[in-house]
Design a protein around this ligand. Structure first.
Ligand SMILES: C[S@@+](CC[C@H](N)C(=O)[O-])C[C@H]1O[C@@H](n2cnc3c(N)ncnc32)[C@H](O)[C@@H]1O
Length: 322
């Protein structure tokens, strides 16, 4: 099997479980069910698991696990940014652990018809939930400047303007294959370059179409609201834009960066009490994990433990724009 064709192998599984420390009888939330690697490990430790995924295919996999596990496991279709209200709707009180394994699963990436891959031709879709505007619909109607901005911000692509100009000139687009060729041509693809030059642009459009950074910021706050004192949060991210949000959230909420924000400087009286403590250092995959799961190469795990302090007022919009 090639790297691209293995089923989803859970990333940093041992390290995530060490951070979550699930115990028999505890309640945990797996906010990104995917193929259920984390959920199964939580269940094996004796925890009651509520899992979430916005992808109907992942939810179907979760339904099968519900049948297998009975009352120990519940799959919920939706966005983890709303996990606190999803739990409240089910009368679930404070939970002992929340985990997010951000980004695209191998199943999503490997199915050409989902439109995430620049290696296999498929419809230019990229929607995790299979709902809302597709990548093609957006790219075929957005302003050139807006496209350039998205590619620059979410792909950290210096040549964003040139790419946006080529996209607009080639419209209408409908396939990932033609889109990848347009990007490669715009940036000048050198055959021996290790990284495909379409990588950053595909990442940018995917993040934009799925509002991934907004979701992450809301998910962190929803976890803060849902966790009971002593509850554990573990987040695995895959690129610097996501990791920056997680790092800043844990730093601010643990009181390590002062209580103020860019727009609200700190004062003595308005400093909310820290909602997280025991912030662990970032954890990266071992060489042994990378040897059998190369897709783990850019993963970073961050974790913290919920204190007794009330959740802070929302800063999610600001966080997602950092
Ligand atoms: C990297 S995979 C998770 C893999 C999982 N940990 C496992 O072991 O199989 C990420 C999953 O999270 C889902 N996802 C991403 N963002 C989401 C969001 N905001 N709300 C709900 N699900 C989301 C994706 O659809 C995908 O199935």
């Amino acid at each position: 099997m090639t790297e691209e064709r293995v089923p989803h192998a859970p990333v940093l599984l041992d390290e995530v479980m060490a951070a979550l420390a699930p115990a028999r009888g505890e309640t945990h939330v797996d906010g990104t069910f995917g193929a259920g690697g984390y959920s199964r490990a939580l269940l094996a430790a004796g925890a009651r698991v509520f899992a979430i995924d916005r992808d109907p295919d992942a939810v179907a996999t979760g339904r099968a696990l519900e049948v297998e596990q009975g009352d120990a496991f519940t799959i919920m279709a939706g966005r983890f940014g709303e996990l606190d209200t999803m739990l409240a709707d089910r009368d679930v009180g404070g939970v002992d652990g929340v985990t997010f394994d951000i980004g695209v699963s191998s199943m999503q990436f490997d199915q050409a018809e989902r439109g995430f891959s620049f290696q296999d031709d498929g419809p230019l879709d990229m929607r995790m939930s299979k709902e809302g505007q597709t990548a093609a619909e957006w790219l075929n109607t957005a302003d050139e400047a807006e496209i350039a901005d998205v590619i620059y911000r979410y792909g950290e692509e210096r040549r964003s303007r040139r790419i946006a100009r080529s996209i607009v000139a080639a419209r209408p687009l409908s396939r990932t294959g033609e889109f990848a060729m347009i990007v490669r041509k715009a940036v000048g693809h050198k055959p021996h370059e290790p990284k495909d030059p379409a990588t950053r642009t595909f990442q940018a459009i995917r993040i934009f179409i799925n509002r991934e950074l907004d979701e992450l910021a809301h998910g962190l706050e929803a976890a803060e609201a849902a966790l009971k004192p002593g509850g554990r949060l573990a987040v695995v991210s895959f690129h610097s834009l996501e990791d920056r949000i997680v790092k800043r959230f844990l730093k601010r909420r643990s009181g390590a960066s002062g209580a103020g924000s860019r727009h609200h400087p700190p004062t003595q009286n308005d400093a909310p009490a820290p909602t997280f403590a025991h912030i662990a250092k970032a954890v990266r995959p071992t060489q042994a994990e990378l040897a059998h799961n190369p897709r783990a190469r850019s993963a970073t795990l961050r974790a913290g433990v919920r204190t007794e302090a009330p959740a802070w007022p929302s800063e999610a919009v600001e966080m997602a724009q950092c």
